[in-house]
Design a protein around this ligand. Structure first.
Ligand code: RAM
Length: 359
């Protein structure tokens, strides 16, 4: 556990005043020390060689608990946090679109005085006030999988760049449909930051001349719930008679859509790709419903988030571009613009390699 709020406040004030002296001396600040302590903390120098603190408590708040993607991711986070001598605590809602439930969990974690919070945001705005409050209390906030606004956290552990993730899904669908016809997107929560970033990148990429014969006719939201996603797939096919393909950039969505297609006359005719977990999708690759899809290893994403949380709480990083930290056996990672830490390239899964993976 970290120090009491009053002790934290004084440490923070001391840190902020020495920082403002430092930035004033360097001619790098705007001269106003007060007010936004979080912004100041974020811009502070890191001590990359500071010892890793132990005995911390790190709270993980996924978009949804008890769902395979986040169970795997958070087990990765747990492994990292425990390996660094700290305590892991997972909290969360079991709904796929319950941003206000996430706010309550942030408030609880803040009251419990955890040292760091890793959160996958169901909404960029709704979580912000609670996260800012947590940061004001000295808690280090890192987002993973799905971001908030940059000012509401110190760093974001991203699977890959939003553009890459979007463009590669569209390419897969283009290859499978011969770059022809009406397509639709089956997303998760309407407000999810990651989903919306990917959707807008897909729309932008569709303006490229090679997609001139592909047309996005609908975007629907299954809230990462199996039944709702299944129902939305059925609706898409009913309402768009010429549909040639679906992108579902969500593990729960693509699984439900594959289940629907595999039992329908559209199997193999309407192409489906997106972001799926190999263990969920194996039967649909085997029965020919799906040709290929993408994902990263969620366990690695969670592991990286665990390391980033402890690195923040240890002062090894503060969220500023260019800082580096060691993520155990995963090696060194560098913070990019706006504190974004990128895991790496996603993997394409198809009949040729799916059996090499088990998650
Ligand atoms: C779902 C969630 C998550 C996303 C994955 C690919 O589990 O929407 O945020 O990253 O799919």
């Amino acid at each position: 556990m970290h120090q009491s709020p009053s002790r934290r406040a004084s440490v923070l004030v001391a840190a902020v005043s020495s920082l403002s002296l430092l930035t004033a001396a360097c001619g790098d600040g705007d001269g106003s020390a007060g007010g936004d302590t979080t912004a100041n903390a974020k811009n502070a120098e890191a001590s990359p060689n500071a010892p890793t603190r132990t005995g911390l408590t790190v709270g993980f708040l996924p978009k949804q608990v008890n769902t395979p993607y986040f169970s795997v991711a958070d087990r990765g986070g747990e492994r990292a946090v425990k390996s660094l001598g700290s305590t892991f605590r997972e909290v969360g809602t079991d709904q796929g679109a319950d941003a206000s439930g996430q706010v309550s969990h942030i408030v609880d974690l803040t009251e419990q005085e955890v040292d760091a919070i890793a959160v996958s945001a169901l909404d960029p705005d709704t979580l912000c006030d609670a996260l800012k409050q947590a940061m004001d209390e000295g808690i280090k906030v890192v987002t993973y999988d799905s971001d908030t606004k940059p000012e509401c956290r110190y760093a974001f552990v991203s699977p890959a760049s939003a553009e890459d993730i979007a463009v590669r899904q569209l390419e897969l669908l283009g290859e499978q449909t011969g770059y022809q016809g009406d397509i639709a997107i089956l997303s998760a929560a309407r407000t999810a930051t990651n989903q919306n970033a990917w959707i807008s990148s897909i729309k932008k990429e569709l303006e490229d001349p090679r997609y001139k014969d592909m047309r996005l006719v609908d975007v629907v939201y299954g809230d990462d719930e199996a039944q709702e996603s299944y129902r939305k797939t059925e609706e898409l096919l009913r309402e768009h008679g010429d549909l040639k393909g679906i992108i579902s950039p969500t593990t729960n969505g693509i699984k439900a859509a594959a289940k629907y297609l595999s039992q329908s006359s559209h199997k193999g005719e309407v192409k489906l790709t997106g972001l799926g977990a190999p263990n969920d999708m194996r039967p649909y690759i085997e029965d020919g419903t799906v040709e290929a899809f993408l994902l990263w290893d969620p366990a690695k994403l969670g592991e990286l988030a665990g390391h980033a949380a402890v690195a923040l709480a240890s002062g090894q990083i503060t969220g500023r571009e260019g800082q580096m930290f060691l993520a155990g056996g995963m090696g060194w990672f560098k913070l990019g613009e706006n504190g974004v830490i990128t895991l790496g390239d996603p993997t394409v899964f198809d009949a040729g390699n799916i059996d090499d993976y088990d998650f």
